[in-house]
Design a binder for this molecule. Structure first.
Ligand code: URA
Length: 436
């Protein structure tokens, strides 16, 4: 059946339902350029305002998924499971998680992203390892996965091209914060990986895109529902992003902390989340042994060895994994000091993420290349007792002018009060097909 973009925009504007056929036509015509950006942006705004029902969401995700190449790893007998985080500050979990899960026999074909806004990206972090290439062809991706049981790459040109175009359009038309558009964007890319299971980490709090629990929960439920309708077992965790994860923010800093986790010496929150997510990924893969098996992979060095192997397979210099002091560090150092005696009651992930980005760990403009050596080491987080003058953070930076514009902002991320508070609960909720 033939459609026109205008009639479909009017259908959604008037709160009527788009048929699966109409959605398939629209996504196809947008991908091949016959529907222009201005009509798709009107449609995205109509969806943002009026939502989609579950049939529309299924059809939209399906059409996005099939707008390009869908990978098929059925020749690999072992289960293929991946993880996706909606993004946060200091969120390096994928880097220790993927090797530890792969060391337990589960294949992980991970496609990751770059930093977005104030949040860091796994690809930017991995590229702080000299030589590590994240842009693999589909054949190279398959080869690394088959040989090592894990691969950590960026999205290829041929995967979900509809999302590549639509995401860039939403970014400049105020249509990012739509739960059906976010859910279909994330899930179409994950479903294109040919997975058996998927773990989702939906962050909530100041440093997350979903600032409150109500929206985080709605996004988690929507994505778990899409996974179920595509027969991919999907579990989501809603986790706190009110303060950064771990003690390191910045690309090389986070690689160092990930290596600490793989050596069994990581900070409690990063290690705990890695293990809880690892157990769930093993469960999704139908692999027995859970926590004990993961602990073993760390204790024996098998997980660290997987990280060394995958680094070499991506062309990276694995000597920095054996000796993280070889990782690049920006030349200058500054200290943020506690303004008074007391207890840290706030350590704001958003402010710390924005400052790290502006200091050069992320991008101000799309074409910027992050500085891998810029980073913030947190010395005090929520619940910690400090004395006046104690370091709250140590900052490494390369550009003095940038530091001068950021030092007050970064200092404002901490509140030190007389009364102690407890650290926020790390894992807020688990969502799976039985709970939606
Ligand atoms: N990440 C994505 O991949 N898509 C969105 O729409 C938002 C975050």
């Amino acid at each position: 059946m033939a459609y026109t973009a205008i009639e479909l925009i009017e259908t959604k504007r008037d709160r009527s339902v788009l048929s699966p056929d109409a959605i398939e036509w629209l996504i196809g015509a947008y991908t091949d350029g016959s529907v222009p950006d201005y009509q798709m942006s009107a449609m995205a705004m109509a969806i943002l305002l009026n939502g989609m029902n579950s049939d529309e969401l299924t059809a939209w995700t399906e059409a996005m998924l099939h707008s390009g190449e869908v990978m098929d790893f059925s020749e690999i007998a072992a289960a293929k499971v991946d993880k996706h985080s909606t993004g946060g500050v200091g969120d390096k979990i994928s880097i220790p998680l993927v090797p530890v899960v792969a060391a337990c026999g589960v294949y992980v074909p991970m496609i990751s992203g770059r930093g977005l806004g104030h949040t860091g990206g796994t690809l930017d972090k991995l590229e702080s390892i000299p030589g590590f290439t994240t842009g693999l062809t589909p054949d190279e991706f398959r080869k690394v996965l088959t040989e090592h049981g894990l691969v950590l790459a960026g999205q290829s040109e041929t995967m979900v091209p509809a999302d590549r175009k639509l995401y860039a359009l939403r970014d400049v038309t105020g249509t990012v914060p739509s739960i059906p558009l976010i859910a279909s964007s994330i899930m179409s890319k994950k479903l294109a990986e040919g997975l058996d299971g998927l773990l989702l980490d939906v962050k909530t709090g100041s440093g997350a895109f979903m600032k409150d629990l109500v929206h985080a929960r709605a996004l988690a439920h929507t994505m778990v529902g899409i996974g179920a309708s595509h027969e991919v077992d999907t579990v989501a965790f809603i986790t706190s992003m009110s303060q950064p994860l771990g003690n390191e923010v910045g690309n090389a800093n986070e690689i160092k902390e990930s290596i600490d986790v793989l050596r069994g010496e990581g900070p409690a929150d990063v290690s705990e989340l890695t293990m809880v997510f690892g157990e769930t990924m093993l469960e999704l893969a139908g692999v027995d042994g859970g926590r004990e098996r993961l602990d073993d992979a760390i204790r024996s060095g098998a997980a660290l060895q997987k990280f060394i192997d995958v680094t070499e397979a991506h062309g990276g210099d694995a000597s920095v994994i054996e000796d993280p002091s070889l990782l690049v560090r920006a030349p200058h150092e500054a200290v943020i000091a506690a303004p008074a005696d007391g207890y840290v009651t706030r350590c704001d992930a958003f402010i710390i993420g924005v400052s790290a980005t502006w200091l050069g760990a992320g991008r101000e403009r799309k074409k910027d290349i992050p500085d891998p050596g810029v980073g913030i080491t947190l010395k005090a987080k929520i619940g910690d007792e400090v004395a006046k003058g104690d370091p709250l953070a140590i900052v490494r930076y390369g550009d003095q002018t940038k530091w001068e514009t950021q030092s007050d902002t970064l200092s404002s991320a901490w509140t030190v009060s007389e009364r102690p508070v407890s650290a926020p609960e790390l894992i807020i909720e688990r969502v799976d097909v039985t709970t939606i």
